[in-house]
Design a protein around this ligand. Sequence first.
Ligand code: URA
Ligand code: SF4
Length: 195
Amino acid sequence: MTITEELINRINVCKKCTLHKCRKNAVPGEGSYSAEIMFIGEAPGKDEDTQGKPFVGASGKLLTQLIESIGLSREDVFISNVVKCRPPENRDPLPDEVAACWPYLEQQIRIIKPLLIVTLGRHSMARFLLDLKISDVHGQAKRAKGFWKEKQVYLPLYHPAVALYDPRKKEVLFEDFKKIPLILEKIKKEKNDIQ
Ligand code: URA
Ligand code: SF4
């Protein structure tokens, strides 16, 4: 078994927090383990819980469109969530649930070593970038301390679910997505420069 298969299996049978009691399926995340970009949402919803896959409901459809709007497919990136099981009635995950689940996301990030972490929504942003307001910083790449390397680049974006009911936010999301290829190019150039 590969390390990634082993991780998926562990998540699928995990009982580290009470969310395991009401899930149909855990949602470990999916995509390429050599992805340059990781998208991180907050928690699975109803459709995700049913299918065991991240972002497959209405907001997932929009996320897929957004990814395709910059010439990529879901298979090129990695899509995951801060917690891997659906909270009842889609409530926000509690601090102890986030703490229990965090090591899985941390391990995914260590394996994938993404050039760019895109956080979806203010809750996901708040796990990585402290004390920022999403309405101020959406679409602005930030370098901040990562736990697997000194400086990780993050891009905080609005959550696609918010954009479903707010056409203006949807426009903003598509505009912000357009910046991703340029940000990646910049990160790669910096990597290649002689230090
Ligand atoms: N919203 C999220 O944050 N994650 C999903 O997987 C689906 C909806
Ligand atoms: Fe385990 Fe995370 Fe699911 Fe809680 S949410 S049971 S920690 S996989």
